[in-house]
Design a protein around this ligand. Structure first.
Ligand code: LLP
Length: 430
């Protein structure tokens, strides 16, 4: 990624800072992110949505990829909206006064507490997943004397080819309302008749880490087709369409992600021609990238402990972190690129398995990973860990979550503190 380089000492740098020094200063394991890279992604998304929708579009950052106060503030400064999926993410956004009208509150089973919080903060878009939620929300809105602004989560029936756990747009999904069973139309009609519900539009999300544009175009067609049907059956012309996130990033050198601008151009063409065909006004378009905004901007630094050769089988390189700070290999067999930060200038001559420190054989960060010669005490960098690493971290084995360090103008600041041992027992009672 653009924020990485190798300096005259042969050390890996991020945002112009020597990662070996960062490891010494902040300790390991540590997540390090480059603010400029995050802001550049925001800017290119923002510019292309403006270019193709002429101000009739919004990029909302999916905060599940990486959520903390600093990123919510940065996203607001960049003029983006925010996707939240829990009261915790909403609370984080609220704590930096994120503009509520630009928040999208998702989730297939929001609690009453969450719906009330969304109403109280006047979240601009509560993305309603099902009929039960719609009824509860209307009742709560009546009791609070507020109007709930909503979108419906729709299953467009698109199967984007990615890992089963992160695929969401197909018919057998826990998320959203199905079109073919009539339940989506039923929900629309119910909403139209509800006093305290304002139905603004529709939402879909077809999956994550997608490399093709075609499934997004297909989803747009299906969604606009449904909008036309709603217009025909109810006379209501919905004004907003949220096409979700899911744009793939480069984890491995051979990955070839789509450029945002090309995605935006082709999808906007599909949106415009489909609207013309169906006699619709082009709706306000929202997209919700998470991974592609923060993923490439982050790395994780570890210290190598033991190097264990199993003759003829493999070499285990053990590091001081693992599935606690990055559960993506154990969950999805996700592959990453790694290198020895203090030997970044040297060729990769070894192929190793990188093991974490949890009491669990599956606690690996990767297998068959090419790296440089490696010895105890080396600093290992795993690349493109800015998304779904910190946000999915756990305290398994009572291991403290690492700090998150943000680099800006070559200055490093902690945006999430490393957990202390005191933090580990903070909620324990005898
Ligand atoms: N919008 C909605 C409604 C979503 O459910 C998601 C992701 C996004 C936007 C953002 O998708 P992105 O642009 O980040 O791909 N934990 C998995 C990824 C789960 C994604 C869930 N939803 C992973 O580590 O790969």
């Amino acid at each position: 990624s653009d924020c990485l380089n190798v300096n005259e000492l042969g050390h890996l740098t991020i945002g112009g800072r020597d990662t070996v020094e960062l490891a010494q200063t902040f300790g390991t394991p540590v997540y390090v992110m480059d603010e400029q890279q995050i802001r550049k992604s925001c800017e290119s998304y923002r510019e292309s949505i403006n270019k193709y929708y002429g101000g009739q579009g919004l990029v909302a950052y999916a905060s599940k990829a990486f959520c903390c106060k600093a990123i919510c503030k940065m996203i607001d400064e960049e003029g983006l909206g925010l996707d939240v999926v829990s009261i915790g993410e909403l609370y984080t956004a609220q704590s930096v006064n994120f503009p509520p009208e630009k928040i999208f509150f998702h989730g297939n089973n929001k609690t009453v507490q969450e719906l009330l919080a969304a109403l109280e903060y006047e979240v601009g878009h509560i993305v309603v997943d099902n009929l039960t939620e719609l009824e509860i929300l209307n009742q709560l809105a009546i009791s609070q004397n507020k109007k709930a602004n909503i979108m419906f989560r729709i299953k467009p029936g698109i199967d984007a080819h990615t890992h089963d756990f992160v695929r969401t747009g197909q018919i057998d999904s826990k998320f959203g309302l199905a079109l073919e069973t009539g339940e989506a139309m039923q929900a629309v009609k119910a909403a139209v008749g509800m006093s305290h519900i304002n139905l603004k539009g529709l939402h879909c999300h077809i999956g994550s880490q997608i490399f093709d544009i075609e499934p997004f175009q297909h989803a747009a067609q299906v969604m606009l087709g449904f909008m036309a049907e709603i217009k025909a059956q109810t006379g209501l012309e919905l004004s907003e369409l949220n096409l979700g996130g899911g744009f793939g990033i480069k984890y491995l050198p051979e990955h070839d992600p789509v450029e945002y601008d090309r995605y935006m151009m082709l999808v906007s063409q599909t949106v415009k021609t489909t609207c013309q065909e169906k006699g619709l006004k082009t709706p306000f378009i929202i997209i919700e990238p998470g991974r592609s905004i923060v993923g490439p901007a982050g790395i994780t630094l570890y210290t190598v402990g033991s190097v264990k050769e199993i003759p003829g089988i493999r070499t285990y390189v053990s590091v001081d972190g693992g599935m606690g700070d990055n559960p993506r290999y154990i969950l999805y067999q996700s592959e990453y690129e790694a290198l020895i930060a203090n030997k970044a200038g040297q060729p990769k001559t070894r192929t190793v398995t990188i093991a974490g420190k949890c009491c669990e054989s599956g606690d690996l960060l990767g297998e068959n990973m090419p790296i440089q010669e490696v010895a105890p005490g080396d600093i290992l960098a795993v690349l493109a860990t800015g998304a779904y690493n910190y946000s999915m971290s756990s305290n398994y084995n009572r291991i403290s979550k690492p700090a998150v360090v943000m680099i800006k103008d070559q200055q490093a600041r902690t945006v999430v503190k490393r957990e202390t041992l005191e933090d580990i027992v903070r909620n324990d009672l005898l």
